[in-house]
Design a protein around this ligand. Structure first.
Ligand code: TYM
Length: 330
C-alpha cells in the first residue's frame, strides 16, 4: 500500500478550510492507503511560542480528526513531538536546503511581514521540518489544501537532492486531492483564504454552535446578483457554491445554479438553505468532538498507540538514512 502523510498545526480552532482542504481526504484515504496523520506541535512553536493553550489545542485537533471520521485503528494518529526521529531527519535535510530558496518561499515572506520582530530560524526552516514529517515515513501522497502546495514541492526537491547525493532512498512526495485541483476555501467576507487566525466572523469553525454557523453564513459577502445570463461568478459567490456543493444535495445545488444562470437568484434564500445544510453537517461532528475531548484517558491511549506506529516506521527510515549517509560506525 502507498504511504500517505499529512499534518495540522494546533494553533487554534479547526475550520472548514482544514476540513474540506485536508481532513475530508484523510477520511477517504484511510481505507485505501497506509496512512499517517499527525498534529504538528513543533511547527506551531515557530509562530506561537506561548504554550499555555498548546495541550488543549493538541487534544482538540486529535478529537476533531476522529470526530470527522478518522479511525485510529486504521491509521497512525500521533503528535509530532512524540516521534524524535523527525527531528533527526530534519537535521540531515537542513543540509539539502538552500537558505536562498527558503527565504524566497511565499509563506516565509508572509510570516516576516506579519511579525517582523520574531523572524526565527525555525520559521525559515519550516519547510525542512515539514519535509522531515513527510519523508520520515517515505510517503508519496500528501493530502493538503492549496496553501501547502509549495511546501510539498520543496520536500520533493530535498528528497531528490538527498537521493542524488546518497543514493535512492526517498520516493517523490506529491500534494494530493481527490478530484483534480487542490482546494482553497475562501473566508466568508471574501478576503483571502479561510484561516485559523483571520476574521473570526468570516471563519466557520468545527466547534461553532448551530446559531453561530447560521449567523456567519447569513453575513457572508454577496452582491445584488448577476445582470447577464450565464455570467462568471465572483470568487466570494463561487465560494458559497463550493460550500453548498460540499454539504447540500445535488438537486439543491442545481436549483441555485439554474437561478444564478437565469439572473433569478436570491442570495438570502441560498444562504438560508446553505446555513441549514451546514448545521446538519457540522453539528454531529461538534458533538462527537466534545465527547471525545472530555475523555482525556481515551485520547492519551490513542496518541500513545499512534506514536508507537509512527516511531516504528520512522526508526526504520532513519536506519536507512544513517546507512546511506555513512553516519553509522558500528
Ligand atoms: P495548517 O495547520 O495550516 O492546515 C491544515 C490543513 O488544512 C489546509 N487548509 C486549507 N485548505 C483549503 N482552504 C483553506 N482555507 C485552508 N486552510 C487550511 C492546509 O492546506 C492543510 O492541509 N504546514 C502545515 C502542517 C504540516 C504538514 C506537514 C502538512 C506540517 N507538516 C507535513 C502536510 C505534511 C500547516 O500549517 O497546515
Amino acid at each position: 500500500k502507498e504511504v500517505v502523510l499529512s499534518g495540522i498545526r494546533p494553533t487554534g480552532f479547526l475550520h472548514l478550510g482544514n476540513y474540506f482542504g485536508a481532513m475530508r481526504n484523510y477520511v477517504r484515504m484511510q481505507d485505501e492507503y497506509n496512512c499517517y496523520f499527525f498534529v504538528a506541535d513543533w511547527h506551531s512553536l515557530t509562530t506561537h511560542p506561548d504554550t499555555k493553550e498548546l495541550k488543549n489545542s493538541v487534544l482538540r485537533v486529535v478529537a476533531e480528526n476522529i470526530a470527522c471520521g478518522l479511525d485510529p485503528e486504521k491509521v497512525a494518529l500521533y503528535v509530532q513531538s512524540d516521534v524524535k526521529e523527525i527531528a533527526e531527519l530534519y537535521l540531515y535535510l537542513n543540509m539539502m536546503a538552500y537558505v536562498g530558496e527558503l527565504e524566497k518561499t511565499p509563506t516565509f515572506k508572509d510570516k516576516v511581514r506579519q511579525n517582523p520582530d520574531n523572524v526565527n530560524a525555525g520559521l525559515l526552516t519550516y519547510p525542512v521540518l515539514m519535509a522531515a514529517d513527510i519523508l520520515v515515513h517515505r510517503a508519496v501522497k500528501v493530502p493538503v489544501g492549496k496553501d501547502q502546495e509549495q511546501h510539498v514541492e520543496l520536500a520533493r526537491k530535498f528528497a531528490e537532492r538527498f537521493n542524488y547525493r546518497y543514493g535512492d532512498l526517498f520516493p517523490a512526495p506529491q500534494a494530493f486531492n481527490y478530484g483534480t485541483q487542490l482546494v482553497k476555501i475562501m473566508s466568508l467576507d471574501g478576503n483571502g483564504k479561510m484561516s485559523k487566525s483571520e476574521n473570526q466572523m468570516a471563519t466557520l469553525y468545527l466547534a461553532d454552535e448551530d446559531d453561530a454557523i447560521r449567523k456567519k453564513i447569513m453575513k457572508a459577502k454577496t452582491d445584488s446578483g448577476p445582470t447577464e445570463p450565464n455570467s462568471q461568478k465572483p470568487d466570494y459567490i463561487e465560494n458559497l457554491f463550493t460550500l453548498m456543493n460540499l454539504v447540500s444535495t445535488p438537486d439543491v445545488v442545481q436549483h441555485y445554479e439554474t437561478a444564478f444562470n437565469g439572473c433569478a437568484i436570491r442570495y438570502g434564500d441560498l444562504k438560508k438553505q446553505l446555513a441549514e445544510d451546514m448545521v446538519n453537517f457540522m453539528s454531529p461532528i461538534r458533538q462527537k468532538a466534545a465527547d471525545l475531548q472530555a475523555n482525556k484517558e481515551l485520547l492519551a491511549k490513542i496518541m500513545k498507540a499512534g506514536a508507537e506506529k509512527a516511531r516504528a516506521s520512522a526508526s526504520e527510515t532513519l536506519k536507512l538514512v544513517r546507512q546511506a549517509t555513512g553516519v553509522n560506525y558500528f
